[in-house]
Design a binder for this molecule. Structure first.
Ligand SMILES: Cc1cc2nc3c(=O)[nH]c(=O)nc-3n(C[C@H](O)[C@H](O)[C@H](O)COP(=O)(O)O)c2cc1C
Length: 203
């Protein structure tokens, strides 16, 4: 089983990437799952443009290795900071560039990140508007890492012990649920005609 983690902050370094790396380590060590982490730090992907739909060689070459990793994944963790009450533009761009053949009918866990007590808006935004055409399936459990600077740091002295323990335990438990969905949904994808070009986009 393989789970890919997308770190949705453009900042480098970012707290979202710190959280994404903790998720990666937890998947490997607590759940024996192979991982692939893709970070949007420094904007590795150009903004969508029309040539993407015109079989553009540059786009094809750039996206091919990422598509390969995503297509080989059984599930995803989408890590998003809250930026001005929104998901960062680069993460929304990610959802324009990858589609049902990579993400479709696979479970995904949302993890949002805030330096204060925000983090609810990107959960709502992802659940509302990032799945229609790519058919990613968000599981009901999600994580909102509030006051992120005080948790999940490698140096224990930087952590608030109570909050840090809570998030480590809850993240691991939720990843166990994601794993169960990933196991259950693999045969599901093989048991139905998922891709119909007549209905290539969701309604
Ligand atoms: C452009 C920008 C806008 C932000 N807006 C919000 C916000 O609306 N709500 C919030 O809780 N935090 C906001 N923050 C602070 C982030 O929560 C903080 O930077 C946190 O570390 C997560 O972002 P990061 O993964 O990019 O580090 C904002 C940060 C940036 C860079």
């Amino acid at each position: 089983m393989k789970i890919s983690i997308i770190s949705g902050s453009h900042r480098n370094p970012s707290q979202s990437e710190k959280v994404a790396r903790h998720v990666e380590k937890t998947l490997q060590q607590n759940h024996a799952i192979d991982t692939w982490l893709f970070t949007l730090a420094d904007n590795p992907l150009p903004l969508w443009d029309q040539s993407l739909w015109e079989n553009n060689a540059d786009w094809n070459e750039r996206l091919a290795p990422i598509k390969e990793q995503l297509a080989a994944s059984d599930g995803f963790v989408i890590v998003s900071p809250e930026w001005h009450g929104q998901v960062p533009a680069g993460l929304k761009n990610f959802f324009l560039l990858f589609n049902r053949f990579e993400l479709g009918h696979k479970p995904a866990m949302i993890v949002t990140v805030s330096s204060a007590d925000g983090g609810a808006y990107p959960v709502a935004e992802l659940r509302m508007s990032s799945y229609k055409n790519n058919r990613i399936c968000y599981i009901p459990e999600h994580i909102i890492v509030r006051n992120v600077e005080k948790v999940l740091n490698e140096n224990a002295a930087d952590n608030d012990p109570a909050a840090d323990g809570y998030f480590r335990e809850r993240i691991s438990w939720t990843l166990g649920i994601l794993k169960a969905y990933a196991q259950a949904m693999k045969p599901l994808r093989e048991s139905a005609e998922l891709h119909n070009d007549k209905f290539g986009n969701g309604m």
